[in-house]
Design a protein around this ligand. Structure first.
Ligand code: NDP
Length: 291
């Protein structure tokens, strides 16, 4: 039976550390880190995410402000707001809650964010720095997964990591991070051999069965079953899928748990870690802007 990696517990630990760091930073600089979030439209899940992010900020002493815009907002008006926030010295981090309404180009919007305030690390400059192994910001969900491994002493060097999903937000940056020679933490938390799978991968179960560490980020409920993993696998579930009123991951938890050595639950695994890493990036942003 696998040991369950408790994302809530580790998040709490990291948030306590961050609260201390924020206090110290504010005392020394008389600057309170501030995150500005932009929510366009009224997608219920996005509203919950934004509310959770605001609450989490308050708990560690980070200020937050929410800009709610109607779904009919023009791309040019959204860009106007981002430019205002880019100029505002009291705002250190800017977050645009995704997805955006379909008439707005996500790429155009993310490109407008000042790269020093880009706490999601989606700006091409920050993507490039990460790819070169010298990140300014580490993207939140991949960083959350990495911290779950680090804080449980699960080394990745030399391991075969199979990542399911190649999105810009999760799969691609996470794969790049794990395959780096060096990143921010010890060499044992990089230097993995990484296989990336996606919807055109033909021999998926054959590949997933080779994984020492399997990270599922595809958005298909209970997609990965026990037959698709080898005994002793470390199984990290990024997926968040709503079935009726319940959240389930991309792993079939009950069967995979019996074969894995470690497994993350949904909810309570990667989810809280993602928000925690956003808080960390907001503090990093405030420090960079004071430097
Ligand atoms: P995307 O939809 O952007 O990407 C999904 C990826 O999965 C794509 O690369 C796609 O391949 C691949 N994929 C889809 N179907 C299959 C399949 N049958 N076999 C193999 N690969 C497949 O999703 P995200 O990366 O944004 O999110 C993935 C999941 O993670 C979602 O459930 C989302 O809600 C969750 N999530 C959770 C977060 C958290 O904090 N825990 C944060 C962000 C996301 P292709 O590229 O070929 O289309």
């Amino acid at each position: 039976m696998a040991e369950v990696l408790d994302g809530k517990k580790i998040s709490t630990e990291i948030r306590q550390e961050l609260a201390r760091e924020v206090k110290e930073f504010t005392t020394h600089t008389s600057t309170e880190p501030k995150l500005a979030a932009i929510l366009v439209g009224d997608d219920p899940a996005s509203q919950v995410y934004v509310r959770n992010k605001e609450r989490a900020c308050a708990k560690v002493g980070i200020l937050s402000q929410l800009h709610r815009l109607p779904s009919s907002t023009k791309e040019s008006d959204l860009i106007g707001l981002i430019n205002e926030l880019n100029q505002d010295d009291t705002v250190h981090g800017i977050l645009v809650q995704l997805p955006l309404p379909s008439h707005i180009s996500q790429q155009n919007i993310l490109d407008q964010i000042n790269p020093y305030k880009d706490v999601d690390a989606f700006h091409p400059e920050n993507v490039g720095l990460l790819a070169q192994g010298r990140p300014r910001f580490v993207p939140c969900t991949p960083h959350g997964c990495l911290q779950l491994l680090i804080r449980n002493g699960i080394k990745v060097s030399g391991m075969h990591v199979v990542v399911l999903g190649r999105s810009e937000i999760v799969g691609k940056p996470l794969a790049a991070m794990l395959a780096q020679r060096k990143l921010l933490y010890g060499d044992e938390f990089t230097n993995a051999t990484v296989t990336i799978c996606h919807s055109r991968t033909t021999n998926l179960p054959e590949l997933t069965r080779q994984a020492d560490i399997l990270i599922a980020a595809i958005g298909h409920p209970k997609f990965v079953t026990a037959e698709m993993v080898k005994k002793g696998v470390v199984a990290i579930d990024v997926g968040i899928n709503r079935i009726d009123d319940t959240l389930v991951g991309d792993l079939e938890f009950d069967s995979v748990e019996k074969k894995a050595s470690y497994i993350t639950p949904v909810p309570g695994g990667v989810g809280p870690m993602t928000i925690t890493m956003l808080l960390k990036n907001t503090l990093v942003a405030a420090k960079l802007q004071r430097a």
